[in-house]
Design a protein. Sequence first.
Length: 114
Amino acid sequence: VQLVESGGGLVQAGGSLNVSCVAFDDGSMVYDMGWYRQSPGKGREAVAISGWDGERIIYLDSVKGRLTISRDFTKKTVHLQMNSPKPEDPATYYCYADTSTRHWGQGIQVTVSS
């Protein structure tokens, strides 16, 4: 499975930004799909995960109400809408997909300007 991310970049404080990911695979079932992030000197943390059933969505507590994950099961895409970013939001964001094996995108940078 290859995960290709797009979007990201620079967002102004109070603005909004969208990052997207598409999974290219061999027809494998994709279970959980979502986003992790990692800041310099910190470990990778789960930001938003969409479960295989289309109903279970898990958010990192600190992003609830500001970041929204959406998923298209047919197109095997997942998107993360970021509104009113906070100082802790700048990071490298990684797309994640679980096909019984964990897969990662190459990472995409999100920077917030004041």
